[in-house]
Design a protein around this ligand. Structure first.
Ligand SMILES: Nc1nc2c(c(=O)[nH]1)N[C@H]1C(S)=C(S)[C@@H](COP(=O)(O)OP(=O)(O)OC[C@H]3O[C@@H](n4cnc5c(=O)[nH]c(N)nc54)[C@H](O)[C@@H]3O)O[C@H]1N2
Ligand SMILES: Nc1nc2c(c(=O)[nH]1)N[C@H]1C(S)=C(S)[C@@H](COP(=O)(O)OP(=O)(O)OC[C@H]3O[C@@H](n4cnc5c(=O)[nH]c(N)nc54)[C@H](O)[C@@H]3O)O[C@H]1N2
Ligand code: SF4
Ligand SMILES: [Mo]
Length: 673
């Protein structure tokens, strides 16, 4: 029997493609992009084209497992679901009785973007009153908080409006790797002669395909943005009427900050030439509808919040935020207003003890009153993808820690578990989705039955709730009922479709109308943020060298640059052998000068090291990176690498805004293995 199912890609990706999945005899045989969703425009990316192989991978977990070996070793014996759930419930009940619920930490992270499959697991732990994960600090809390302080908690420019742009800047975003459908939209715009400028320390594929690439020095974007403002003011290209009506505090920035950001000085800071900076400012200042696609790349370091904030303020200076096609887009999700609390916060205390995602290792090793005695991890591979991965693993090695991991694969993290639960992949689930890089929401249908004994996140959350006596209605409802409850609280464009119509509706466009709205405390674009000031942070955008980075740079010759791999972005695709081969063995990239100075040849095994750890990768020698930088794409599991994983080298220091991860504030050296 053959059918085609309309569903949605659930991977952690801004595009949230609408998919057509061809199923024959219960197997996924082909995946293609839905031509009826304008942003997806009929194609899925090269990774998801292969998701049939993810679903039917021989490496999938088939049954629940109980540990028989040492933690981390990966020796397990199959057990039944009933036995697994009974053991988990009994252990948690005992821990709660002895130490209280704070001794447990449980969460689902982002590998399944479905609002129920992600939300309900977190809702279970909310209802239990356990410690809570301050999630996403490994990813986007820095850029999100910086955006919120500047523009407010609201989506940015509609990526489909880029057809009306007269200049496009990809600023710290490798569109071909992480936002490929926006790249596709750009191709049409560029045919009309609109230029694409890429600001990125490395010559990414996007940079290679652009009209102009500015290889900025890592961590200096705020200085560049402020210098562009300096030139716009100098050359009378600022839109004074827009600034007066829609923004707050520009006069003070103009008086107190901009004079210090002269082209001469900023050339020294950024490594760009004065001529290039002048040319960029002129191009930007003369464009009427310049579209900036903000990436997270510039925020993965100590002063990342300042960087994003300064760049997000630029369209306010020329009034581009007021014109469709112009403005800036970091994310769109904040504009989809549903009642998420139905799944995320069914009951339980309003506040509790928080564990910062990127300090998971420290929390497992050092938290007291009470110490963490149990952890439940779904849709996340922290032993590879969290900074201080070594600490995470030392924490997971604790004999007195009861660890449960729910995953479709025996991930590196799962090897440390006491109980491993087999998870479905998204194609075996149904859910409601909303994109974070486009203005769509859609209900995605299940394409195939759960493989082996795999259970979805929703089913696991409901089964555990039942065993633990958690009685909130959401844990006993069907997904249709949960959907209806979430939609009851919908506001804005998302409220236009009735819950019962959603499952068959296909993609629903939820784009806001008109120019950029601001949801800051003042209702304006905030050049001056009293909220930041209240947190002891600089209220105005600025750039200063970071003292700790300056100190580390004096000790170590190289700085880490990190970006998703093209075929192995995080670890979620490591269950597909074809994609592993396409990406190749885990590698780093060194500039020819740095390779020569160390006597290293392309393809050789190398040792990357600093005070924290030493890891082994293959080296590629290429001038796509600048001298003094070592690029490590993706975060790959150890067994594919010569040794270890890159996050063993990265500290768990916080960014300036949003307590985010500072992977790129990592300094190190590379030698032959
Ligand atoms: N298909 C697919 N798409 C994905 C993902 C996926 O796994 N698959 N992952 C998603 C996730 S979770 C995330 S968080 C996003 C991340 O995607 P992006 O927002 O694009 O962020 P990064 O990939 O971290 O970095 C993007 C670029 O920033 C550059 N960069 C690094 N440092 C600096 C700097 O100091 N200044 C400037 N100007 N540029 C810098 C890097 O070289 C890189 O090319 O992608 C999402 N998109
Ligand atoms: N050095 C460095 N480290 C980084 C980054 C970086 O740029 N540099 N980027 C950071 C960023 S932006 C992010 S978002 C994180 C991503 O880090 P992770 O969230 O750890 O991402 P994945 O590697 O995709 O791991 C997700 C796990 O979920 C499993 N999974 C997939 N689908 C499901 C499901 O439906 N249910 C369950 N229960 N499990 C499922 C997958 O098999 C996989 O093991 O990494 C961060 N780490
Ligand atoms: S581009 Fe992103 S949303 Fe689209 S199929 Fe690929 S991973 Fe999924
Ligand atoms: Mo991310």
């Amino acid at each position: 029997m053959a059918t085609t199912i309309r569903t949605v890609c659930a991977h952690d990706c801004p595009d949230m493609c609408s998919l057509l999945v061809r199923v024959e005899n219960g197997r996924v045989v082909r995946i293609s992009g839905d031509p009826d969703q304008p942003f997806t425009a009929g194609f899925a990316c090269s990774k998801v084209n292969r998701d049939g192989e993810l679903v039917h991978s021989p490496e999938r977990l088939k049954t629940p497992l109980r540990r028989v070996g040492v933690k981390g070793e990966g020796r397990f014996a199959p057990i039944s679901w009933n036995a697994a759930l009974e053991e988990i419930a009994a252990r948690w009940r005992a821990i709660i009785a002895e130490s209280g619920p704070l001794a447990i930490l449980g969460y689902a992270y982002s590998a399944h973007q479905g609002l129920m499959n992600r939300g309900l697991v977190n809702g279970l732990f909310h209802a239990l009153g356990t410690s809570r994960l301050q999630a996403g600090t490994v990813c986007d809390t820095c850029c999100e908080e910086a955006w919120n302080a500047t523009v407010g908690p609201i989506g940015g420019a509609d990526p489909e409006a880029v057809v009306d742009a007269d200049l496009v800047i990809a600023w710290g975003a490798d569109l071909m790797a992480t936002n490929v459908h926006f790249w596709a939209k750009l191709e049409a715009v560029r045919k009309k002669g609109v230029q694409l400028v890429v600001i990125d320390p490395r010559r990414s594929r996007t940079a290679r395909g652009a009209d102009w690439h500015l290889p900025i020095r890592i961590g200096t974007d705020a200085a560049l943005a402020l210098c562009i403002m300096h030139i716009l003011v100098r050359d009378d290209l600022a839109d004074r009427a827009y600034l007066a009506q829609q923004t707050l505090g520009f006069e003070r920035v103009e008086r107190e900050v901009l004079p210090r950001f002269t082209p001469d000085r900023v050339a020294g800071i950024t490594g760009l030439s004065v001529a290039d900076i002048e040319r960029l400012a002129a191009l930007y200042g003369k464009a009427r509808t310049p579209f900036i696609r903000l990436g997270e790349g510039m925020t993965r370091l100590a002063q990342g919040g300042q960087a994003l904030r300064a760049v997000a303020l630029l369209p306010g200076v020329t009034g581009a935020y007021g014109r469709p096609g112009g403005g800036a887009m970091l994310m769109t999700a904040a504009s989809c207003e549903l009642d998420y609390n139905v799944v995320r916060k069914p009951s339980g205390p309003a506040s509790t003890r928080l564990v910062n995602h990127l300090r998971l290792g420290e929390a497992l090793l050092e938290m007291s009153d009470p110490p963490l005695r149990a952890i439940f991890i779904a849709a996340n591979n922290p032993a590879v993808t969290c900074p201080e991965a070594g600490k995470v693993r030392r924490g997971l090695m604790r004999d007195d820690l009861f660890t449960v991991v729910h995953d479709p694969f025996l991930s590196v993290t799962a090897r440390y578990a006491d109980i491993v639960l087999p998870a479905t992949t998204y194609l075996e689930t149904e859910d409601l989705y909303r994109a974070y890089g486009a203005y769509y929401m859609q209900y995605g249908q299940r394409a195939v039955e759960p493989q082996g004994e795999a259970w979805s996140n929703v089913r696991v959350a409901q089964a555990l709730a039942a065993r633990l006596g958690v009685t909130d209605p959401v844990f006993g409802q069907s997904q249709a009922e949960i959907l209806a409850a979430m939609m009851k609280g919908a506001r804005g464009p998302s409220a236009a479709v009735a819950a019962q119509d959603l499952p068959a509706a296909g993609p629903v466009r939820i784009a806001p109308e008109g120019g950029q709205q601001f949801r800051t405390p003042s209702g304006k674009l905030e050049f001056y943020s009293a909220a930041l000031e209240g947190q002891g942070l600089p209220p105005m955008p600025d750039w200063q060298p970071d003292p700790e980075e300056t100190r580390d740079a004096a000790r170590w010759p190289l700085r880490l640059l990190t970006a998703p791999g093209y075929f192995q972005s995080h670890t979620a695709f490591s269950g597909v052998p074809f994609l592993r081969r396409r990406e190749g063995a885990p590698f780093c990239v060194l500039h020819p000068d740095d390779a020569r100075a160390r006597g290293l040849a392309d393809g050789q095994s190398v040792r990357l090291f600093n005070d924290r750890a030493e890891v082994g990768l293959k080296v590629r020698v290429s001038d796509e990176v600048q001298p003094g930088v070592v690029l490590v794409p993706g975060q790959r599991p150890d067994d594919e690498a010569v040794s270890g994983t890159v996050n063993m080298l990265c500290s768990d220091r916080y960014t300036d805004i949003g307590e985010g991860a500072t992977y790129q504030s990592t300094y190190l050296d590379v030698k032959a293995w």
